[in-house]
Design a protein around this ligand. Structure first.
Ligand code: ADP
Ligand code: ADP
Length: 224
């Protein structure tokens, strides 16, 4: 029951300066419900790997499979649909839409996926409540604390019940205490819903709370 699979994934950046092989054959499988920490120094290719896993970029070699479907064998439209319906993204900075309330930010991706407004709102409120934000649902992001904003961003990422959650330092801009709390809520929600999560972090305490840790070494995945 593999939710995400990378097979021999390669990515080389080319410029006038030459070629920089960042990923040289990444093999990584996440089963449904598995939460994996990606811990590696800056510049080793974590963001590149997350972009490839999220079908935002194309590998130079190898394959990316989401819920068993080989992204390279699909049309652009099918890939877009997978990205929208099966993958959730959380970034270090929340990227919420400032003109829209918390609940609207969580409703929008569902409307884009074709859900009707009532059902989308009901789900958005359920998610926000799970993150302790029921009283904040009608606020604009600018009126929320950093921790609350990041909770909304996580709720948004889970809005379409993705099979895979990809996160790049999801609590990296929060103070230690808030990061720990928000992260605990993230883990609980992901576990409850059987989402496979790949979470890049520099924080060893957070990594220790996940199911396993992998690192990048010379362009390949190494188990800790
Ligand atoms: P990390 O997230 O681990 O810091 P990145 O995936 O961002 O690593 O980057 C890995 C390497 O690839 C770095 O040396 C970075 O400078 C380079 N790189 C990343 N994106 C590009 C790009 N679009 N063009 C050229 N080089 C890039
Ligand atoms: P091309 O030169 O083939 O157009 P691009 O770098 O422009 O290559 O490719 C970007 C396109 O590749 C996007 O449309 C994106 O949806 C698609 N893509 C993303 N992930 C994958 C994948 N794993 N395999 C194949 N194509 C992908």
């Amino acid at each position: 029951n593999e939710s995400l699979q990378l097979r021999g994934v390669q990515r080389t950046y080319r410029s006038e300066g030459g070629a920089l092989p960042v990923l040289r054959g990444v093999d990584l499988t996440l089963q449904a419900g598995e939460i994996v920490a990606l811990v590696a120094p800056s510049g080793t290719g974590k963001s590149t790997l997350l972009h490839l896993a999220g079908l935002l970029e194309k590998p130079d070699g190898g394959q990316v499979l989401v819920a068993g479907r080989d992204a390279g064998a699909l049309s652009d439209g099918e890939r877009t649909a997978i990205r929208r319906d099966s993958i959730g993204f959380v970034y270090q900075f929340h990227h919420l839409l400032g003109e829209f309330t918390a609940v609207e930010n969580v409703v929008l991706p569902q409307m884009i996926a074709g859900k009707d407004r009532r059902a989308a709102e009901a789900r958005a409120l359920t998610l926000l409540t799970a993150f302790g934000l029921q009283a904040r649902a009608r606020h604009l992001p600018g009126k929320l604390s950093g921790g609350e904003q990041q909770r909304v961003a996580i709720a948004r990422a889970l809005a379409n019940a993705p099979k895979v959650l990809l996160a790049d330092e999801p609590t990296g801009n929060l103070d230690v205490g808030t990061a720990s709390l928000v992260f605990e809520e993230l883990l609980q929600t992901v576990r409850t819903h059987g989402v496979a999560a790949l979470i890049a972090t520099h924080n060893p305490d957070l990594a220790a709370r996940m199911d396993r840790t992998v690192t990048l070494h010379e362009g390949r995945i190494v188990e800790y």
